[in-house]
Design a binder for this molecule. Structure first.
Ligand SMILES: Cc1cc2nc3c(=O)[nH]c(=O)nc-3n(C[C@H](O)[C@H](O)[C@H](O)COP(=O)(O)OP(=O)(O)OC[C@H]3O[C@@H](n4cnc5c(N)ncnc54)[C@H](O)[C@@H]3O)c2cc1C
Length: 476
């Protein structure tokens, strides 16, 4: 039998696929990368990069409005959304060369544009070629889910794939979905001057997070002027561009209608598996998900999945981590390598909400014996100096003090959570963080201060009495 043409064929050139392709090629593998649209994926074009760029402009607008917090004259920004979106496009353009076909071809990757399909368990056909490989990696990502709302087919709506193309003003935006994407964009548009209503069938935002943490974000969004409509079933949508009407139906059947110039759907994601010929490849699908083991292997041992299409959490850093695991398998034959269970993430609202490890709700639901410690930003000197005191840090430990999880809601939470990511990955206890010198005055000192709460808990009146007696102290 002829030897396969490639060591690795990657299908999908986004966050996960690009890392497999670049890493594989750098390590000496012969790699082909198949992409149906443009390299960079959701993260670069429709996700992390544009959303965080938009959020930055929105935050500056907010700070201008509230400049009196820093003893400066407040100013109402005259927002030109087209200019803001051009800046977003400019940021993408700065990053795009790192994900360009030229760069990957320069690394020795055979970059093929087109939409192909598996024609056999070891062959993928695209653009008149049939690619054979020792390993294949499906990295086709996900797309916005479109909920079955009556009337939706007849009205214009936005998703994350189109919202950053907007150049016209957005007087009033209805956002469907109170997850991270919906909250980030709702707050950003509100701060950029739109009236914003956020609708969700759940009773609150960010359902994966503990209620006490999510409440801090919700309060900030309410203060910004975002109007929430929870427990809301959407009965129908009607209207035309610039004049949309979304009708909500309460559990008692009562209806009310929200008016908006624009409608943004952020109500979940669907993985991209259609048309890949997974049947021919012997890759099983169950209830719309590719069947994957804990090492990212499909039911065809030579085909792996990475990133969103793997069916778990959907983050760029997870897609990149998956890519590293698959390279260990495909190149070094480290068949036992599997993804880390320690996954940090962050919702980039203001304040940010970041978490790693177990939440309090998870711990309760799973009956895990745990302790909870909190520390507020308002007792952190740097937060006071910056007038950014909303939020708190929270850790969960087991009864002996070993860390089970950490969450931070507050300024720069996404940066601050990294320390707890490391601590959890290394199986550390609260005392390990307590014993580390943290630079003063930094927001990061909240990580130590919250860990100190665990130490202080041990100082019961009896323990203090013993310390006094043993060390002959004179205090009361
Ligand atoms: C608005 C928004 C904000 C986000 N913000 C963050 C954030 O702040 N931090 C974070 O970590 N994550 C964020 N994410 C999630 C992040 O973008 C994704 O988790 C990440 O892009 C997934 O990488 P991937 O490689 O799985 O897929 P992608 O990066 O989407 O790449 C998939 C690629 O496959 C291609 N493709 C699809 N089907 C085929 C096919 N049949 N043949 C060939 N090519 C195909 C696509 O064109 C695409 O290029 C955000 C997502 C959204 C929507």
């Amino acid at each position: 039998m002829a030897a396969p043409e490639f060591d690795i064929v990657v299908i999908g050139g986004g966050s996960g696929g690009l890392v497999v392709a670049a890493g594989g090629s750098t390590l000496g593998a012969k790699v082909a990368l198949v992409e149906r649209h443009k390299l960079g994926g959701d993260c670069l074009w429709y996700g992390c990069v544009p959303s965080k760029s938009l959020i930055k402009s929105a935050r500056i607008a907010h700070q201008m409005r509230h400049a009196d917090r820093w003893a400066l004259p407040p100013a109402e920004p005259r927002v030109d959304l087209a200019r803001v979106m051009e800046r977003v496009r400019g940021v993408i353009a700065e990053i795009e060369p790192f994900d360009s076909p030229e760069r990957f071809r320069g690394l020795g990757v055979d970059v093929i544009f087109g939409e192909g399909r598996f024609v056999a368990p070891d062959a993928f056909a695209v653009g008149g070629r049939t690619l054979t490989a020792r390993s294949f990696v499906i990295a086709t990502g996900s797309r916005p889910a479109v909920p079955p709302i009556p009337g939706l087919a007849d009205v214009p709506y936005l998703t994350n794939e189109t919202v950053f193309d907007l150049r016209e003003p957005v007087p009033s935006l209805i956002v469907v979905g109170g997850g991270p994407i919906g909250c980030e964009l709702a707050q950003a548009f509100r701060r950029l001057g739109s009236e914003v209503a956020l609708v969700d069938m759940a009773p609150g935002i960010l359902p994966r997070e503990d209620a006490d943490l999510a409440a801090v974000v919700r309060e900030a969004m309410v203060a910004d002027g975002v109007r929430f409509h929870f427990d809301a079933a959407i009965a129908r949508v009607a209207g035309a561009a610039g004049a949309l009407a979304l009708t909500l139906r309460a559990s008692d059947g009562a209806e009310r209608t929200l008016a908006g110039s624009h409608l943004l759907l952020a109500a979940g994601r669907r993985i991209n598996t259609e048309g890949l010929g997974l049947n021919a490849a012997g890759v099983a699908i169950d209830q719309g998900r590719i069947v994957v083991d804990d090492r990212l292997r499909t039911t065809n041992p030579r085909i792996y999945v990475v990133g969103d299409v793997a069916g778990g959490a959907q983050f760029t850093h997870l897609a990149e981590h998956h890519a590293g695991i698959v390279l260990r398998h495909a190149i070094f034959k480290l068949w036992w390598a599997k993804p880390s269970s320690i996954l940090p993430w962050c919702t980039y609202t203001d304040p940010e909400l970041a978490r790693v490890g177990l939440s309090e709700a998870d711990a309760k639901a799973r009956g895990i014996d745990h302790r909870v410690y909190r520390f507020p930003f308002k007792e952190i000197d740097r937060a006071q100096a910056e007038s950014e005191t909303a939020g708190f840090a929270k850790i969960l430990t087991d009864p002996k003090g070993r860390l089970l999880g950490a969450a931070i809601v507050g300024p720069h939470a996404g940066e601050l959570i990294a320390e707890y990511g490391l601590a959890l990955a290394k199986g550390m206890a609260a005392k390990d963080i307590s014993g580390v010198i943290h630079t003063y005055p930094t927001l990061a000192s909240i990580s130590r201060r919250v860990a100190d709460q665990r130490m202080k808990e041990g100082l019961t009146p009896t323990a203090k009495a013993w310390i006094r007696r043993i060390f002959r102290l004179r205090g009361s």
